[in-house]
Design a binder for this molecule. Sequence first.
Ligand code: GLC
Length: 441
Amino acid sequence: MQRKQILGRGANLSRRDFLKLGGAGLAGAALLGTAGCGGGGSGSNDVLLSFGPDDTGTLPKAVEKFNKQSDFKITYREMPSDTGQYFDKLRTQFQAGGGDIDVIVGDVIWPAQFAANGWISDVTDRFTDADEFLPGPMQSATYDGKIYGVPWYTDAGLLYYRQDLLEKAGYSEPPKTWDELQEMANKIQQDEGIKNGYVFQGAEYEGGVCNGLEYIRSHGGDVLDPNDPSKVIIDSPESAAGLATYRSMVESGAAPQAVLQYKEDESHSSFLNGEAVFIRNWPYMYSLAGSTDYPDVKPEQLGVAPLPVDPGNQSSSTLGGWNFLINATSDKQDQAWEFIRFMTSPEQQKFKAVEGSFLPTRQSLYNDPEVTDNVPVARLGKEAIIENSTARPVSPFYSDVSLELAAGFNSALAGDTSPEETVNTLQEEIQSITEQGEQVS
Ligand code: GLC
């Protein structure tokens, strides 16, 4: 079985080089992408699973439970926590013929690219209860009308705040606008002598893309036209205004200079060690509050709210989350599916929500009191967040688009490029990726 490979930057052969090859070159390059038979597996009957580090400890616990009742065993291989670095590792393995991983826990931004290359299995026929899952995550697992994964948990950007500190300062509500956030952060930071007012993920990586998009969209801008996703529309006054607000967080001193390098770990460590008043983060962080690693800030001290907005616009949260995917070259397709069904069952999703504050992908769990009573993030999530969260562009070239966005947003946040210059450059770069993509597909 041979398939044309859709390559991305950082691949052995860059996508642009690939495009330059043309005719005969394409045929040669196709050999690189052979999704052959065999491969996969970790020896014997065992099934190899990959995912990033799990701070909440819920994944190893679930794997252990599965292994106790199964006649084959799951082995968990830990991958980098930076989703881009994890992606690069997988891509290298796929390009080398498939690698040994059977089940991949993959970011919602990957299925389009992996599916277009034939690297992951089409599970449409097996996945008979797909309509019980949330539509947003299901869309992330769908490419060209076929389903390539089972959504495990969903993510959305949230604003967490120190309820105790806001009350002390006389605020009865969390901020609704970015300006209010900045003002409150500056005031409480000074009054209380706290190191940081507001922290988030501003580094040049995928999380920085998620953060930057929230500013652009909550000012009425976007990257692609929602009504015609082939049209790039990032070069607009609204998007520039979004990046100006983003930059102002650092410029005003509300956020430390260090946010330029912050990913999830650095930002949650700052907040959970009591060094920040506000943080933008994903739902998982709630379960870390008051844990042995972070005893200083207790869940009772936390408030959670939708992300702020520019007045007159809508709050926007980037849709994140992770899906179970099966390596197309794995010879353990049935075992992989059995494990995935176990992990995405209502019982396991409930366990993950209650213990790890991860948002379930099964719709029914949002009406389950055990979940809503124990996981305030889930209560807020379904009503205010999940239904309003917006996906990143779905494209076989998303990894290229993301690299441009990550660099542009980080440079705008640093003040190295003006907001206008940034959206103008991004417009050209993304347009060129999209146009070249159309020529090969
Ligand atoms: C979270 C999200 C994922 C996103 C990543 C960025 O893990 O679930 O979709 O790409 O953060 O750091």
